[in-house]
Design a protein around this ligand. Structure first.
Ligand SMILES: NC(=O)C1=CN([C@@H]2O[C@H](COP(=O)(O)OP(=O)(O)OC[C@H]3O[C@@H](n4cnc5c(N)ncnc54)[C@H](O)[C@@H]3O)[C@@H](O)[C@H]2O)[C@@H](O)CC1
Ligand SMILES: Nc1ncnc2c1ncn2[C@@H]1O[C@H](COP(=O)(O)OP(=O)(O)O)[C@@H](O)[C@H]1O
Ligand SMILES: [K+]
Length: 517
């Protein structure tokens, strides 16, 4: 057992692959052996996490995840005076190993209760063994009540294998959970009053853990999974050989920026970047020039030798006293073959007029924000992107979920969020370039590349302009010679790390991120 993200290499398997690993491992082991190992592991973990718990409540569900909980209860009962199991299931429909585990738990004298313990205190422990990778619909009724109670309690929480109700593949909480289905429980919950059950409303400091078995699961690292899972531990249950035999689909992003190191390097050898965007509307008195400044600052702090700005807003000043290193110049006056262009930041519709030239002339291109919106509506640009791929020219797209929805012709961002992993792969297939699908658990994929899940960053990045900073940083790394996919991975990881390192009590602005890269 080890902390998942501390391992030198951390990979995630699809749920189909995990099922295959489980089936192969089980075929080589006596019946119930794997579940017994899971139970032992869980019991050990529970005592390590909450050594002083007065009460340990294990909520067991109708499948094998519940079986893991029962097996743990058998061990914990011997070691702890107050272990209470509540079970939600139907004996006739229990899978055979879970049924054996339930019978063994009864025989061992495990305490079963109809209701959860009435008062859970800090230091107590809840174990969610309700649903694992077999969750296929939103938990309702009593199961949902128990989940809500566990997630809003002051006690610590361990989710067994996966937080119940989370789609372990996509990181999406199965629909309708927590909305309008809640009843009053022990005075803790108000009916329908929980807008977000992923974080404990009453006790935001609840320590959350997920002890996952056999393989890493991508849904723990993206979308809603990160908040629900807490700290992730992995126990391969002695099935490492079978795990290694199955190809993982996702790798945790560990890439680091590589910057020019030659002592004799001069500014012309350190890569040129041009930022294209910053549109304005004189009639409305609008300007988005600041988006370009942020991307430009990120490119400078990301190590580029020279950073040029092509501003679309004719009224915006051509110098910025806060970042005097930026040079203002039209792309017409630059050799686009030699410069990395970061296009779209605050570009509005106006950026569309420049995109065909950039697509045909510029060998290294980062497309963000409005440039993506232009691509979404123009099939000819899609063909140009395919042409670029054939020429071996490098393109990175950095959509947030709504931009991704537009690119894929989906109704809204929610349709992308419903399966981020699938969406990023589809974007790569359609546009044949490196794609960074931003958000909690950013995903990076590229043609013929292993898909990466990024685990740095937090919601402090959810502030205007941080996406411009990321785009500028990716451009800077490409300009310094990193291939597009590596540059995207390295930039995303470092961008998130800056937010993780930032003092908790201090607000983080996009410009702060740029300055810390
Ligand atoms: N078989 C084994 O020996 C092992 C099983 N393991 C555990 O087994 C889990 C997978 O077991 P299962 O495939 O039985 O899956 P689950 O334990 O997730 O349960 C699936 C069952 O729950 C029902 N269900 C799904 N969503 C529901 C909902 N919202 N409300 C009520 N019922 C719902 C399904 O119809 C199905 O009957 C893993 O996550 C892991 O915890 C691991 O311990 C490895 C060893
Ligand atoms: N909750 C979050 N956790 C981690 N990263 C986040 C979160 N919210 C936003 N981010 C990151 O912040 C950046 C926001 O980019 P974007 O939405 O394009 O903003 P903007 O257009 O204002 O620059 C992305 O890199 C995204 O991954
Ligand atoms: K669970």
């Amino acid at each position: 057992m080890h902390r998942f993200l501390s391992a030198p290499v951390a990979v995630c398997h699809s749920i189909e692959a995990t099922r295959l690993i489980e089936a192969t491992a089980m075929a080589d082991l006596p019946p119930r052996a794997l579940m017994q190992r899971a139970g032992q592991s869980l019991a050990r973990f529970a005592l390590a996490v909450a050594p002083h718990a007065r009460t340990i409540w294990i909520a067991c569900g109708p499948g094998n995840n519940g079986g893991d909980g029962m097996e743990a209860a058998i061990h914990l009962r011997r070691l702890h005076p107050n272990v209470v199991v509540t079970w939600f299931g139907d004996m006739r429909q229990l899978p055979s190993e879970a049924k054996q585990a339930l019978e063994a738990a009864m025989e061992a004298g495990v305490t079963f209760a109809i209701q959860p313990p009435d008062s859970l205190r800090p230091g107590d422990l809840c174990i969610d063994a309700l649903l694992g990778i077999g969750a296929n619909r939103a938990p309702k009724g009593k199961m949902n009540e128990w989940l809500q109670l566990m997630r809003s309690a002051p006690s610590d929480l361990i989710s067994v294998d996966v937080p119940s109700g989370l789609d372990a593949e996509s990181g999406v909480l199965l629909p309708n959970m927590g909305f309008g289905e809640t009843t009053m429980m022990a005075g803790i919950l108000l009916p329908g009053a929980l807008p977000d059950i992923t974080r404990s409303v009453k006790h935001p400091q609840q320590r959350r853990y997920t002890l996952t078995f056999l393989s890493g699961k991508p849904g723990l690292l993206t979308g809603e999974g990160i908040d629900l899972a807490g700290e992730i531990w992995l126990d391969p249950l002695g099935a490492e050989t079978w795990v290694r035999a199955v190809q993982p689909e996702w790798t945790v992003n560990r890439s680091k920026p590589k910057r020019v190191v030659d002592h004799h390097a001069h500014k012309g050898a350190r890569g040129d970047v041009v930022i294209v965007g910053g549109a304005g509307d004189a009639q409305k008195d609008h300007s988005m020039a600041g988006a370009c400044t942020l991307a430009g600052a990120a490119a400078l702090h990301g190590g580029a030798g020279r950073v040029y700005m092509h501003l679309l807003d004719a009224r915006a000043p051509r110098n910025n006293p806060l970042q005097p290193e930026l040079m203002y110049r039209s792309i017409r006056d630059l050799d686009l073959q030699k410069v990395t262009a970061v296009c779209g930041c605050g570009g509005g519709d106006a950026v569309g007029t420049l995109i065909p030239d950039l697509f045909t002339d510029c060998k290294q291109l980062v497309l963000d924000a409005d440039a993506l919106n232009v691509v979404a509506t123009d099939a000819a640009l899609r063909t140009l992107l395919q042409y670029r791929a054939q020429m071996g020219w490098q393109t990175v797209m950095t959509p947030h979920p709504l931009e991704a929805a537009r690119l894929l012709g989906r109704k809204d961002a929610a349709e992308v969020q419903a399966n981020r992993l699938q969406a990023v792969r589809e974007l790569v297939d359609v546009f044949e370039c490196v794609v960074v699908l931003k958000g909690s658990g950013t995903l990076i994929a590229g043609p013929g590349m292993p898909c990466h899940i990024n685990v740095t960053g937090n919601s402090r990045l959810a502030t205007a302009g941080t996406g411009d900073v990321l785009a500028g940083f990716i451009g800077a790394l490409m300009a310094q010679g990193m291939p597009a996919f590596e540059a995207a991975c390295a930039a995303v990881r470092r961008h998130g790390e800056v937010a993780d390192e930032w003092p908790t009590a201090t607000q983080l602005t996009a410009l702060d991120v740029a300055h810390r890269l």
